[in-house]
Design a protein around this ligand. Structure first.
Ligand code: GLC
Length: 740
């Protein structure tokens, strides 16, 4: 058993395997520091200095090597040619698939389906393990309310409850029931923490987050992921309230170790320890190494401040070797739990082959459930294939096998992609499909092919228009200040509108786009995100009605970028806008007196509501909510309260509704959001079928970090609503009182 003197002076006893303690006892300081260093694989042939470092035990982990023979050779050298034979961690960004690519995480979040997300991670792990990978840098759990931020694509959206449930499911999918199993990867909850609040949505930018907001919003998904067993955490690049995460003792010691008793290890994000000097937190790499190790970063990725300075810091008495021991123990424990000491090399033959039918089918189901139907005027969808003579497939993203995979796809294979155009041709036959790309890319400004597009639409029954963003326009370092349709796409939409034919827009994008300027020019909008390898079959199934859309937005869609940040769980303010008192800028009378527009919280040119709210999504059928009942009007002590509602499919087609439960705490020691998601469930219903759906609320669901930062439910009045999106109107009230 090892104990640790935490910065707060308290000793935290941790269960460590005695074999780890014995191994540590034999390690030199240089070997310990080796375990704390992760190095990018230099590729084949391995340079001599890299081989020497491996043999000397100066490398504990590698990343970005995906050739299984090369990985097994690295493991062989580390195990057989070094003094202590400690196997390597082999890390890779397996974010939404390895060879078979699933929808981007933001798209998977739109499924509101933990089982589906867990299975996607399981498939990804099985495929990555065939390459010898044993550690993934996922799930990304950054809560963000800023679609300008390119990394919203990797996130699970704006809500800590949804992101927490799905992030925990991803961890379970990656790690499986047995972390030492042949297809398990150690998960990595990232980026700890608050990265999604980067100012102006500009990546790597400063974050200033009050502790209550940090705890009540940004930290919650991380807690959920660690509660589901995530073994590693990655620090974020960002400066949190003046202290970059890689040197932030509050995050890494106070919260992660002392409050949460996290017993895994923390890895820095790419060179973020070296960047402490660039932030201006330290004056040298030596100071950066000291700051990060003292704060509790176990392993340094990519930069070499640990390798260059930790030994000197210990020898100079500036860093206690006990601190090093403690940081190394956690790394050894994870290697041990991964079974690497028994089986350092993966035998890919025992694993399902990447992109096998089972995996492609899982990717298709994920793409199906991720798509969100945002508009469907006059039920133009689903298209009746048998009644259609011809469709015109227009736009730059209908036949883009690489682009449909989305961001963070290092090992995906575009050759496996089935594009929407190919799937539509497969379904209707080439002779019934005319195709005009109309634009070279989403950013093209040329209108040279617009006439051809219009002619194709004029001679077709319907236009299916694929618009949005290529994958490079979202993801890391790819933030946008204007999140409208790039290039001349909006003009293309308007020109196709003049044909008078029905126009169905399918949007492929890595973020919410501001579609306010085209929403009236199309009859239907299916938001498919970047749906991955099986985009085509899934989109065709939805367009032609083999399946009904069931996705719901995991993030709010603004009317215009000036509304950002805009999200459902906002505060009421002292002057909430009254919907009937909003005056639009174009409707203001001349010489309007100063206070004539009402003095409340809205934008003159955008109002205060989004284009589409969090949780919103249409189906090919309709649902009705009725008979909301609470099991009691008073919740006391730890007595749970049940919220029950009847959901009915009132349409003529089968459909799946995501039933959502929202709560409001009317009065708190800190002001509380006007609504917070507290539960959700996918409910499949046949036409005419009703189902009673029950949610269980406990005081833990009411708890928040109040003025004293203690996590507790505060007595008082609460409202609940149940419905198909965050604007649910069917509600009830109850009171919570503590028992003596
Ligand atoms: C990147 C990302 C991080 C990723 C790491 C390794 O810069 O910020 O999410 O896991 O480096 O590729």
């Amino acid at each position: 058993m090892s104990t640790r003197q935490s910065t707060a002076g308290a000793f935290i006893a941790l269960e460590r395997d005695p074999r780890i303690e014995e191994l540590l006892g034999r390690m030199t300081l240089a070997e310990k520091i080796g375990q704390m260093s992760q190095v990018e694989s230099p590729g084949q042939p391995l340079p001599e200095d890299f081989l020497q470092a491996l043999r000397a035990g100066r490398i504990g982990a590698v990343l970005n090597e995906v050739d299984v023979e090369a990985v097994n050779e690295l493991q062989r050298i580390a195990v057989q040619e070094s003094r202590l034979g400690i196997p390597l961690l082999v890390g890779r960004d397996v974010i939404h698939g390895f060879r078979t690519i699933f929808p981007i995480p933001l798209g998977q979040a739109a499924s509101w389906n933990p089982e589906l997300v867990r299975n996607a991670a399981r498939v990804a792990a099985a495929e990555a393990a065939t390459a010898g990978i044993n550690w993934t840098f996922a799930p990304m759990l950054d809560v963000t309310r800023d679609p300008r931020w390119g990394r919203i694509a990797e996130s699970l959206g704006e809500d800590p409850c949804l992101a927490g449930r799905l992030g925990a499911a991803m961890v379970e999918g990656f790690q499986g029931d047995d972390l030492a199993g042949p297809a398990a990867l150690a998960a990595c909850a990232k980026h700890f923490a608050g990265y999604g609040a980067c100012e102006s949505g500009r990546d790597y930018n400063t974050t200033n987050i009050p502790e209550s907001e940090l705890r009540n919003v940004h930290l919650r998904p991380f807690r959920a992921a660690l509660d589901s067993g995530a073994r590693t955490v990655m620090t974020s690049f960002s400066d949190l309230n003046g202290i970059p995460a890689s040197a932030n003792e509050f995050l890494l010691r106070r919260v992660l170790r002392e409050e949460w008793a996290f017993d895994g290890f923390v890895v820095s994000d790419w060179a973020s320890i070296g960047e402490l000097r660039i932030h201006g937190l330290t004056a040298s790499d030596r100071e950066s190494a000291l700051a990060a190790a003292a704060a509790g970063v176990n392993m340094e990725m990519a930069s070499t401040t640990y390798r260059d300075h930790l030994a000197g810091l210990v020898e100079a008495g500036m860093l206690d070797e006990v601190t090093i021991d403690d940081l190394v123990m956690a790394i050894l424990q994870v290697k041990f739990d991964l079974g690497l000491f028994q089986r350092p090399s993966r035998r890919p033959g025992k694993l399902p082959s990447p992109a096998c039918e089972e995996h492609l089918s899982a990717a298709r189901e994920a793409a199906l459930q991720s798509a969100v139907l945002l508009k469907n005027d006059k039920s133009v969808l689903p298209l009746a294939a048998e009644a259609i003579e011809r469709v015109a497939v227009i736009g730059p993203l209908a036949d883009a096998p690489y682009e449909q995979l989305g961001t963070w796809v290092f090992d995906g294979d575009p050759a496996l992609s089935v594009t929407p155009l190919a799937a539509i041709r497969e379904r209707l036959g080439d002779e019934r499909v005319s195709r005009v790309q109309a634009m070279e890319t989403s950013r093209s400004r040329s209108r040279a092919r617009f006439e051809a597009a219009k002619r194709a639409v004029e001679s077709a029954d319907v236009a299916i228009l694929f618009i949005g963003e290529e994958s490079i326009l979202s993801g890391e370092a790819h933030s946008r200040a204007d999140i409208g349709l790039p290039g001349n796409q909006a003009q293309l939409v308007r020109e196709l509108r003049t044909t008078g034919k029905p126009v169905v827009a399918v949007v492929l994008a890595g973020r919410p786009l501001t579609l306010g300027d085209i929403v009236d020019d199309v009859d239907a909008i299916l938001y498919a995100w970047h749906p991955g390898t099986m985009a085509g079959p899934a989109i065709a199934d939805l367009l032609f009605g083999s399946e009904s859309p069931s996705g719901k937005l995991p993030v709010t869609f603004p009317r215009m970028v000036g509304q950002v940040p805009i999200y459902y769980a906002q505060k009421n303010t002292g002057r909430p806008p009254a919907p009937d008192r909003i005056v639009h800028i174009d409707d203001i009378d001349a010489l309007a007196p100063q206070t004539s527009l009402g003095m409340t919280a809205f934008h003159l040119d955008a109002g205060f509501e989004p284009l589409w709210p969090f949780g919103y999504g249409l189906s090919y059928t309709t649902f009705e909510y009725a008979d909301l009942e609470l099991s009691a009007a008073l919740m006391t002590g730890n007595e749970p309260l049940t919220v029950a509602v009847t959901v009915t499919n009132t349409g003529r087609r089968q459909g799946t509704e995501v039933v959502q439960l929202y709560l409001r705490d009317l009065v708190g020691s800190l002001t509380r959001p006007v609504r917070e998601l507290k539960g959700f469930r996918r409910v499949p219903l046949e036409p005419g079928q009703s189902q009673r759906v029950e949610f269980r609320l406990t005081p833990a669901d009411l708890a928040f970090h109040g003025r004293d930062m203690r996590l507790a439910a505060e007595p008082g009045d609460f409202h609940v609503w149940v419905g198909g999106d965050s604007g649910a109107t069917l509600g009830a009230a109850f009171r919570f009182e503590e028992t003596d």
